[in-house]
Write a protein that binds this ligand. Structure first.
Ligand SMILES: [Fe+2]
Length: 298
């Protein structure tokens, strides 16, 4: 069910909350492609993205996600194109062997740097085990996907969509998350971002309260997000289940993500997610969030 929707049709109802209104219902328009009928040139772009997308510390903020995010999106573009122009695509698939695999990005700080708010054991396991697993499984899934693509095996392509979404989303989300945190973080943003928060939420305190509540309310595993709705020019808060990537499933551009999977806090905060959510504000890297926001405004 999930696999088919990722490829073939706009995503389901957005889960955006507050701020600028409801998140867009459909996946964001992919550059140069229609929802289902991309031209061969779009597929070519996707192939180029695959070949030229090493991963990639997410230290520099980029509007619309990192190279790794675009790389995953590229697969979706390619698959969409494959449905409408499969025969035309075949000649372009010979160069897929040169694709670079995704790599686990380094943390921009030590595992213990965020203590006492997030302890070193959590950070080490979270980064070196959980994130690493998403990266490895994404690479395996992409290999299978591209093999199926080369063979014209549409059934296998569809069956891989759930794994692509989960592991690709896990890689994208955590790559953003590490840069959203800093041992020198906390406090409040300034400048353009603070002005936008006041405009769209009333005050920083109200924004903080709302994002905390939305994150606390995620059922099971997932993420709370501050995103930017480019179409409306407004900040927006959203919650995503599992590892659903914000932009790929709501259209919002991710600025700040809060991981509320138990692996992000259980070893220190046990089952008390609200305590973790209270602590994490002490290590939010507002410089990084602001850079992401400014990049989206250009
Ligand atoms: Fe996580």
């Amino acid at each position: 069910m999930v696999s088919a929707t990722l490829l073939l049709m706009p995503q389901g109802p957005g889960r955006g909350l507050g701020g600028g209104g409801i998140a867009p219902r459909a996946a964001p328009p992919l550059s140069g492609s229609g929802e289902q009928g991309a031209e061969p040139s779009a597929a070519g772009s996707a192939l180029a993205a695959q070949r030229g997308s090493p991963v990639h510390s997410e230290r520099s903020a980029r509007c619309g996600g990192s190279d790794s995010e675009r790389s995953v999106v590229g697969v979706t573009m390619l698959s969409r194109a494959a449905y409408s122009t499969s025969r035309k695509l075949v000649p372009a698939l010979g160069s897929l062997g040169s694709r670079q695999k995704h790599k686990l990005p380094d943390l921009p700080y030590d595992y213990g740097a965020l203590e006492p708010h997030i302890n070193a054991q959590i950070m080490e396991l979270h980064h070196s085990k959980h994130h690493a697993a998403y990266v490895n499984n994404l690479n395996v899934t992409e290999e299978k996907y591209l093999d199926a693509l080369q063979k014209g095996d549409v059934t296998t392509q569809i069956s891989l969509q759930s794994a692509l979404k989960f592991n690709g989303g896990g890689h994208i989300n955590h790559t953003i998350f590490w840069t959203n945190l800093s041992p020198n973080g906390g406090g409040e943003p300034t400048g353009e971002l603070l002005e936008a928060i006041i405009r769209d939420f009333g005050s920083f305190a109200k924004f903080k309260e709302k994002l905390t509540a939305v994150s606390a309310g995620v059922q099971g595993s997932g993420w709370g997000w501050l995103g930017f709705n480019k179409e409306r020019g407004r900040l927006q808060i959203a919650a995503c289940p599992n590892q659903d990537p914000l932009q790929g499933t709501t259209g919002l551009i991710p600025l700040l993500g809060i991981d509320v999977w138990e692996h992000a806090y259980y070893l220190q905060y046990k089952n008390v997610r609200p305590d973790y959510l209270k602590a994490i504000w002490n290590v939010i890297n507002w410089q990084n969030v602001t850079e992401r926001y400014v990049a989206c405004r250009k």
